[in-house]
Ligand binder design. Structure first.
Ligand code: PLP
Length: 402
C-alpha cells in the first residue's frame, strides 16, 4: 500500500483554489467565524471593536450579524442595535449595562415574568433594588420614582393579561425625572407603533421616545418557532456603546445560522404580523360572543383594559389574546378544555406558524389581580381562522365536563 502524503491535510486547508469574485444573489451571505483573520499585524493592532468599520472576533460581529443589526434598527426606527442570544438576554443586558449597586429599577406589575425574576434574584444579589408599579395608573409610576431610580421598564401590552398602558403618559413621567426608559417591544415588533416616536399628532402634541427598545426576535421576526434571539435598539450613540461594551464583556453571542434564519424571515414580517393580527381579532371577537367567557383581553377589543390607549397609539396588534374563565369553571375543567384543543398546541412563546395555548392561574401572577379565575392565552399561528374557531367550538364541551 502506498504511503499517504502527509502534506495533503495542509493542502485541504490552505488550498490554492479561490472562487471568482463578484457573486451576487438575493439573500445576504452567511459569514461564520470565531476567528477573524487580519491581513497583517498593523491591521490587527489598528482594529477598533467599537465601530462597525471592521472585524475583530466572531463574538463581536460578522458581516452577517452587522446586517441583521442594521435591519432591526431600521425596523424599530432606531439607529444602533445589539444582538443577543434571547429576548430575555436582551432584558438582562440592559439591567447589567445600566445599573450598579445602590440603584433601583421600576418594572410594570404585568411585565414578562422572567424579567421580574431577574430583578428578584440576580439584581437583588447585586444590591440593586426594584419596585413594581401599576402601568395602568401613571400616578403609580410617579409615586414609585425615587432618588435612586435609574431605569424604568415599559411593556405594551402587559404580558398575558394584555392591558395596554398610556405609554405617552408613562414616558413623560420618567423623562421628567431624568430616568432611562426601556421598552419591551416584542408584542409591537416595530410594526404596531414606533417606540422612538410614540403618539403625537392629537392636539398637536409631539411624539415621545423611549431610550431603549428590546425585542425577542424569537417571536415575530423569526416567525418559525425554531430559534431564540434578542435585540437591544437605541438612538443614542453613548448609550449604545455602554450596552455593546457590557455585551462584549459578558460574551453574549449569536450564531450565524440563527441570524440567517431571521434575515430570511424579515421580508415577510409585516405580512405575517398583519395576517396573524387579523385572525387574532376575529377569534377574540368570536370568544367575546361566547357565554362561557367572563372577559376577553385583547387591546383591540372594546372593553379590554387600555383599549383607548391602543386605539390612540397603534396601527395594528399582534395575534395574541387571553380569555378569562371565572370561578364557575374549575381549573381542572379549563385544563380539560385546553387538552381537548387539537389545532392549538400547548406551549410557551408565540408568533410561529402553529397556534398555541397556555392556561395561567391569575392569583399567582399579579400582586393585585384584576380578575379571578383561570386565564387562557391564545397565540394565533397561520392556520385558517375558520379552522381555529371550529377547534375551539369542538373543545368547549370539555369545559362543562361533557
Ligand atoms: C418571549 C418574550 C421574551 C423573551 O424572549 P426569549 O427569546 O424567549 O427569551 C421577552 N419579552 C416578551 C414580551 C416576550 O414575549
Amino acid at each position: 500500500m502506498k504511503k499517504k502524503d502527509p502534506r495533503r491535510s495542509t493542502s485541504l486547508i490552505a488550498h490554492r483554489y479561490e472562487p471568482p469574485a463578484g457573486f451576487m444573489a438575493v439573500p445576504p451571505p452567511v459569514h461564520k467565524a470565531s476567528t477573524v483573520v487580519f491581513a497583517d499585524t498593523a491591521a490587527l493592532r489598528a482594529r477598533n471593536w467599537k465601530e462597525k468599520t471592521g472585524y475583530t472576533y466572531g463574538l463581536l460581529g460578522t458581516p452577517t450579524t452587522f446586517t441583521l443589526e442594521e435591519r432591526i434598527a431600521t425596523l424599530e426606527g432606531g439607529v444602533q442595535t445589539v444582538l443577543v442570544p434571547s429576548g430575555l438576554a436582551a432584558i438582562t443586558l440592559v439591567g447589567m449595562a445600566l445599573l450598579k449597586s445602590g440603584d433601583e429599577l421600576l418594572i410594570p406589575d404585568n411585565a414578562y415574568g422572567p424579567s421580574k425574576d431577574f430583578a428578584r434574584h440576580e439584581l437583588a444579589r447585586w444590591d440593586i433594588a426594584h419596585r413594581f408599579y401599576d402601568p395602568m395608573d401613571p400616578a403609580s409610576l410617579r409615586a414609585a420614582i425615587g432618588a435612586r431610580t435609574r431605569l424604568v421598564w415599559l411593556e405594551a401590552p402587559g404580558s398575558v393579561t394584555m392591558e395596554f398602558p398610556d405609554l405617552v403618559a408613562l414616558v413623560g413621567i420618567a423623562r421628567e425625572r431624568g430616568v432611562t426608559i426601556a421598552l419591551d417591544n416584542t408584542w409591537g415588533a416595530g410594526l404596531a407603533f414606533d417606540p422612538f416616536a410614540i403618539g403625537g399628532g392629537d392636539e398637536g402634541s409631539a411624539p415621545v421616545a423611549v431610550d431603549i427598545s428590546v425585542q425577542a426576535l424569537t417571536k415575530y421576526p423569526s416567525g418559525g418557532a425554531d430559534l431564540l434571539m434578542g435585540s437591544v435598539t437605541t438612538r443614542d450613540a453613548a448609550l449604545h456603546q455602554r450596552l455593546k461594551g457590557t455585551n462584549m464583556r459578558i460574551g453574549f453571542g449569536v450564531g450565524a445560522n440563527d441570524v440567517e434564519l431571521v434575515l430570511r424571515s424579515l421580508p415577510s414580517l409585516p405580512l405575517r404580523y398583519e395576517a396573524q393580527a387579523r385572525a387574532g381579532v376575529e377569534l377574540a371577537h368570536w370568544w367575546a360572543s361566547r357565554p362561557e367567557v367572563a372577559q376577553v383581553l385583547h387591546p383591540a377589543l372594546e372593553g379590554s383594559p387600555g383599549h383607548e390607549h391602543w386605539t390612540r397609539l397603534c396601527s395594528d396588534a399582534a395575534g395574541l389574546f387571553s380569555i378569562v374563565f371565572d370561578e364557575r369553571h374549575a381549573r381542572t375543567r379549563v385544563d380539560a378544555f385546553v387538552d381537548a384543543l387539537k389545532l392549538f398546541r400547548i406551549g410557551y412563546s408565540w408568533a410561529g406558524p402553529v397556534s398555541l395555548v397556555v392556561p395561567y392561574d391569575l392569583a399567582q401572577m399579579r400582586a393585585q389581580p384584576r380578575w379571578t379565575g383561570t386565564l387562557v392565552r391564545f397565540s394565533i399561528g397561520l392556520e385558517a381562522v375558520e379552522d381555529l374557531i371550529d377547534d375551539c367550538l369542538q373543545a368547549l364541551p370539555a369545559l362543562a365536563g361533557d
